[in-house]
Ligand binder design. Structure first.
Ligand SMILES: Cc1cc2nc3c(=O)[nH]c(=O)nc-3n(C[C@H](O)[C@H](O)[C@H](O)COP(=O)(O)OP(=O)(O)OC[C@H]3O[C@@H](n4cnc5c(N)ncnc54)[C@H](O)[C@@H]3O)c2cc1C
Length: 504
């Protein structure tokens, strides 16, 4: 059932009590709420925005960037039903097994869980995100494989707008109540200050707050808002909830995306190929994980394919048919008959490729979400994002790019011309004119650890020191790996639902 909190009678929540109150309806909150409701739990899903984008809601995401250059905070996420799945690109990837392990040269690394704890949720995650089956990537650059790099494939979701996709199911659900325009502003704790008793919410059109009672509360507000809310929640705990060791908001990590060079190829390449360093190479070179994306500058367009694409892109039915056959969305802005003919006018371009990276960052306690002085319309202090880099971040990119270039030369596949910034003595990412673009992926700001002095949540995503407060989303990642985060976010939400189905 779906309700607009603006239109509810004042006594609506007086007699209502939920098993679980999930706050935030992005990929984490939607997945958690749907699964708990399917397990028979009575669930309230509270969403600050409506079903469409509105400036009233987006404006609450405004904040400052006080560290490295970053996206405007309103551009880096969306604040309405479905969360940032309303604007994401749908690229999906799992974390690697070695991402969960501790690395001697990365002091804060190591998860309290292993990849095998998330593997049981693969099939369900594939179905939720509407993913095509995994394919073995074609080995064209290095047909015999390589010791230092592992090739992998990126999968593309074709059910990207999760709110839209699951709206009818929620409308029809007897156990799940979605409340729109319900903005969380506080969590009230019991006398021991260890148990959340009520969530306090505000609406845009009505000044009076309202309270929701539940046995368990789950914050799924996104990787920047989860820490922002906990730090703002100082009505009973002066430093915020879960912040007894001053860890909330620390370790903010991104996946810096940068072009690192141009590859001159001996033979034309047809499709993008993606590589990551093998675990032994990571340890031996003392680097972090990183994806290297080698993309031909001009794709080779085959006449039959482009005839089909041109026809399919002219009619919606044909486009959907082609998508169904290929298992992935048809990009109508690329290719077609025109591109087929144009490629013969630029033969030299087919022998060049671009090398880009999406890199893991080392956990750095100084890289953090802080609170600024300015407050929003609900009195919540806005974010001051202090994004920082560490020496090993640059070392990782330079080492991996150089090793990849060496491999291309050794195998006589091509020659890599490194981007100037990687050769620069300063050892820094480019900027400030070229923004240090990230995913936008907001990770590790309430990281997972069994030790309350090293993390905000435990292995079950429960906030240390709190009996019934849990967190969903990439803020709980213990480290970021190089993988786009949403696949892991959904796996973790399914795992949390299984945990709460037994304990809540
Ligand atoms: C342009 C772009 C492209 C991206 N591309 C990819 C990609 O290709 N692959 C990938 O894996 N990831 C991608 N991402 C990241 C991905 O969108 C996020 O990882 C994912 O949406 C996070 O899910 P979440 O549920 O944790 O948080 P969100 O999606 O941020 O959802 C949080 C929800 O909480 C609500 N909320 C916030 N504060 C409150 C409050 N106080 N009270 C009530 N409700 C509140 C919000 O309205 C929102 O609905 C991309 C992101 C962007 C911006």
């Amino acid at each position: 059932m779906i309700f607009d909190a603006e239109a509810l009678p004042d006594d609506w929540f007086d007699e209502r009590r939920f098993d679980v109150c999930v706050i935030g309806s992005g990929p984490a909150g939607l997945t958690l709420a749907r699964k708990l409701a399917a397990e028979g739990k009575r669930v309230a899903l509270m969403e600050g925005g409506g079903t469409e984008i509105s400036w009233d809601s987006e404006e609450l995401y405004e904040g400052d960037t006080v560290g490295a250059d970053y996206w405007p905070l309103t551009a880096a996420r969306k604040r309405f039903f479905g969360g940032s799945s309303n604007c994401w690109s749908g690229v999906c990837l799992e974390l690697d097994a070695h991402d969960f392990e501790k690395l001697p040269h990365h002091p804060w690394s190591g998860w309290p869980i292993a990849k095998t704890d998330l593997d049981p949720y693969r099939e369900e995650t594939d179905a939720i995100l509407v993913l095509p089956p995994e394919r073995a990537p074609p080995h064209t650059l290095f047909p015999n494989g390589t010791e230092r790099f592992i090739q992998f494939d990126l999968r593309q979701s074709s059910g990207v707008l999760l709110g839209e996709r699951y709206r009818d199911e929620i409308e029809a659900s007897p156990n799940l109540e979605l409340y729109l325009h319900a903005n969380l502003v506080d969590l009230r704790l019991d006398d021991r200050l260890q148990r959340v008793t009520t969530g306090v919410f505000r609406r845009f059109e009505r000044p009076e707050p309202f309270s929701v009672r539940a046995d368990v509360f789950a914050l799924c507000l996104g990787g920047l808002e989860n820490p922002r809310f906990l730090l703002n929640a100082s009505s009973q705990l002066p430093f915020g909830i879960g912040n007894q060791h001053d860890l909330v908001g620390r370790f903010f990590s991104e996946h810096p995306h940068q072009e690192v060079g141009t590859v001159l190829l001996a033979e034309p390449m047809r499709n993008r190929e993606v590589y990551a360093p093998a675990p032994d190479f990571i340890k031996q070179a003392e680097i972090l994980n990183i994806a290297l994306l080698c993309t031909p500058e001009t794709r080779q367009y085959a006449l039959p394919n482009e005839l089909v694409r041109s026809a399919a892109c002219r009619a919606d039915f044909l486009r959907r048919l082609t998508e169904a056959l290929h298992g992935m969305p048809l990009v109508c802005s690329e290719g077609g008959i025109q591109a087929y003919f144009e490629q013969w006018r630029q033969p030299e371009q087919m022998l060049t490729a671009r090398l880009d990276i999406a890199a893991e960052q080392a956990l750095n306690p100084s890289s953090r979400v802080r609170l600024g002085e300015e407050t929003d319309r609900f009195g919540q202090r806005r974010i001051a994002l202090d994004w920082r880099f560490s020496e090993i971040d640059f070392h990782t990119v330079r080492t991996a790019a150089l090793a990849f270039g060496r491999l291309l030369a050794e195998r006589d596949v091509g020659r890599l011309k490194l981007a100037d910034w990687l050769l620069d003595e300063s050892g820094a990412f480019p900027g400030p004119d070229e923004a240090r673009a990230g995913g936008p992926h907001h990770m590790c700001t309430t990281r997972m650890s069994d030790d309350p002095r090293r993390g905000v949540v435990d292995r079950n995503c429960r906030v240390h020191g709190m009996d019934n407060l849990y967190i969903g989303g990439s803020s709980v990642f213990a480290t970021g790996g190089h993988a786009n985060p949403t696949y892991t976010i959904v796996q973790l939400a399914l795992r949390l639902a299984d945990h709460l189905a037994i304990t809540a």
